[in-house]
Ligand binder design. Structure first.
Ligand SMILES: [Zn+2]
Ligand SMILES: [Zn+2]
Length: 87
């Protein structure tokens, strides 16, 4: 995996996104990622990474990719997803 600076994606003009969860705690932290579900900015300390299994092809030729796709979510969406996944 190539190392790419995560922060670059978040730069839009002079605006740097702040971590939403830190803001709720009265902290001012630059976000390093964006939640793929709700689009909130999240810092390294608050992000949750979830690897979702990925399958490709049509039955009966379904292949499971050896590596899932890493999904970056905020705590809130991560919790929602886990609950749904096991329901
Ligand atoms: Zn944070
Ligand atoms: Zn979220």
């Amino acid at each position: 995996m190539p190392q790419s600076p995560e922060g670059e994606l978040l730069r839009s003009g002079d605006i740097m996104m702040k971590c939403y969860d830190c803001m709720e705690e009265d902290k001012d932290t630059d976000a390093t990622s964006v939640c793929i579900v709700c689009g909130k900015g999240i810092c390294t300390g608050h992000k949750k990474e979830l690897e979702l299994p990925v399958t490709v092809g049509q039955p009966p030729n379904v292949e499971r990719l050896p590596r899932g796709l890493p999904r970056i979510m905020c705590h809130y969406c991560f919790d929602q997803t886990i609950e749904e996944g096991f329901d």
